[in-house]
Design a protein around this ligand. Structure first.
Ligand code: FAD
Length: 386
C-alpha cells in the first residue's frame, strides 16, 4: 500500500499548482517544501504577460500594476518604444501569490509539509526520503527549482547551463507606471537590465547574466538613479532550456524550473510552468486511472510539442545577441527605428510566443535590413526552428 497517490517535492508556484489540480481530481496528494515561509525571499521580477489569464491561475488581487509597453534602449541610448492598446503584462506580488497557491492546494485537501526537506528521490522505487522517514507514491513530481538533484540524476549526461539573476527593490518616484524599461548592456548580453514599476513609489531593477556576482552587482548599482533607494536585494538562478533534458523517468516527473521550463530570452518561467503543470496533471490522471505509466511519457511528448520550436527559436535569437558587438547592437536599434519596426513589434510582439514576431519581421523584410549583423547562417537557423 502506497502512502500517497502523488508526492510533490517543492511548493513553488508550479509544484503547488500541480498538487492543487491533482487534489481537485480526487487524488491523495502530499506536498513537501523545505521552507517554512513560502515565497520568501522574493526572487522574481513578477512580470507576466496577460497570457496568464488563459491559465486561470492568477486572481486579480495579486496584481500590483499593469504594464502597457516597454522602452528598449541600446548602449548608445537609441530608444524604441513598443506598446499595446491595452494591458500587455501584469506586475504581480510573488510572495503573497506563492503563499496563496500553496494555501489553495492545502484547502483542496493536499497534505502540505513545510520546513521538510526532501533529501532523496528514489526513481526506481518511487519513494522520497525526508530526515525522519521514507514515503512512497504512484507518481513523484519534482518541482524544487533550478538546483534539482533529481533532475541531475535523471540527466547524468546533460550539462546544465544557467544564468545568474539579481534584483533590487527600489524606493523611487515613477512618473509613469505603465511602461517598463529594458536596457541593453554589452557586458551581460544576451542578458539585459530591467526596471519595472510596481507603483508610483516602487520599482524592481534587475538583470540576468552569465557573468559573475560581483560584475552583476556593479552593473546594477550603475543602473540606479541618484534619488533611488535600495530597500532589498536578492539573487537567484535561471535555468537555460535544453531540449535534451529528460523530464520523465519511470514514475518520476520534473516540472517548472527543475525541468528548465523557462523562456530562454527572458528567463520567465511562470506561464510555461503552469501550462506544463496542466499537461502533466491531465496525463497523471490518465496514468492513475488506466494504470499505464506511458501517459507520463505522453506528458514529456506534449510538453516538447508545445514548447520546443518556440524555445529553440528563442535560443537562436539569444545566440545571435551573444555574438554582437556594441556597434552591431547600436546599428540594429537604429535600423529598427528607421524602418518603424516599433509598429510591427507593438502589433505582433508576444512575450511568450516570440516566434510570431520573428515571422512578421521576416515577412515585412525588416530582418533583411539587419542581415549584415545577423548573418545568413544564423537567419537560416531561426527560419528552420519556426
Ligand atoms: C531574479 C529572478 C527574476 C525572475 N523574474 C521572472 C518574471 O518576471 N516572470 C516569470 O515568469 N518568471 C521569472 N523568474 C523565474 C520564476 O521565478 C521561476 O520560473 C519560477 O519561480 C519557477 O517556479 P517553480 O515552482 O518551478 O520553482 P521555485 O519557485 O524555485 O520553487 C521551488 C520550491 O522548491 C523548494 N525546494 C527546493 N529543494 C527542495 C527540497 N530538496 N525539498 C523540499 N523543498 C525543496 C524551494 O524551497 C521552493 O519553495 C525569475 C527568476 C529570478 C531568479
Amino acid at each position: 500500500m502506497k502512502d500517497y497517490d502523488i508526492i510533490v517535492v517543492g511548493a513553488g508556484p508550479v509544484g503547488s499548482t500541480y498538487a492543487y489540480k491533482m487534489a481537485k481530481m480526487g487524488y491523495d496528494v502530499a506536498l513537501y517544501d523545505m521552507k517554512n515561509r513560502i515565497g520568501h525571499p522574493l526572487q522574481c521580477a513578477g512580470l507576466v504577460s496577460t497570457n496568464i489569464d488563459k491559465t486561470k491561475n492568477l486572481p486579480r488581487e495579486f496584481i500590483d500594476n499593469e504594464i502597457q509597453g516597454a522602452n528598449l534602449t541600446s548602449p548608445d541610448m537609441t530608444s524604441i518604444t513598443v506598446s499595446k492598446q491595452d494591458t500587455a503584462a501584469y506586475v504581480i506580488d510573488r510572495i503573497y501569490y506563492d503563499k496563496y497557491l500553496a494555501n489553495r492546494a492545502e484547502d483542496a485537501g493536499v497534505d502540505v509539509f513545510y520546513s521538510t526537506r526532501v533529501y532523496d528521490v528514489d526513481i526506481e522505487n518511487t519513494t522520497i526520503k525526508t530526515k525522519d522517514d521514507t514515503y512512497s507514491s504512484d507518481i513523484i513530481a519534482v518541482s524544487c527549482g533550478p538546483n534539482s538533484q533529481t533532475a541531475k540524476k535523471m540527466n547524468p549526461e546533460v550539462e546544465d547551463e544557467s544564468f545568474l539573476a539579481m534584483q533590487y527593490i527600489v524606493s523611487t518616484l515613477n512618473e509613469d507606471t505603465s511602461f517598463l524599461d529594458i536596457n541593453v548592456n554589452m557586458n551581460i548580453l544576451p542578458g539585459f537590465i530591467w526596471s519595472i514599476p510596481v507603483s508610483y513609489r516602487e520599482k524592481r531593477v534587475g538583470l540576468f547574466t552569465n557573468g559573475s556576482y560581483t560584475q552583476a552587482e556593479m552593473i546594477l548599482n550603475s543602473a540606479l538613479k541618484s534619488t533611488d533607494v535600495v530597500v532589498d536585494k536578492s539573487h537567484g538562478i535561471i535555468p537555460r532550456f535544453n531540449p535534451q533534458k529528460c523530464i520523465v523517468k519511470n514514475n518520476t516527473i520534473l516540472l517548472g524550473d527543475s525541468a528548465s521550463q523557462v523562456k530562454p530570452t527572458t528567463g520567465g518561467g511562470l506561464i510555461a510552468g503552469f501550462n506544463s503543470a496542466q499537461i502533466a496533471a491531465e496525463n497523471s490522471d490518465l496514468m492513475l486511472k488506466e494504470h499505464d505509466n506511458n501517459y507520463l511519457l505522453r506528458y514529456e511528448k506534449q510538453y516538447h510539442e508545445r514548447y520546443d520550436n518556440e524555445f529553440k527559436t528563442q535560443i537562436n535569437v539569444q545566440k545571435i545577441l551573444e555574438d554582437l558587438s556594441e556597434d552591431d547592437v547600436n546599428f540594429m536599434f537604429r535600423q529598427l527605428k528607421e524602418c518603424q519596426a516599433d509598429k510591427i513589434i507593438s502589433k505582433y510582439g508576444d512575450m511568450d510566443d516570440q516566434s510570431i514576431l520573428i515571422k512578421e519581421l521576416i515577412k515585412s523584410g525588416v530582418i533583411f535590413k539587419l542581415l549584415p549583423k545577423i548573418g545568413i547562417r544564423r537567419l537560416k537557423n531561426i527560419w528552420k526552428s519556426q
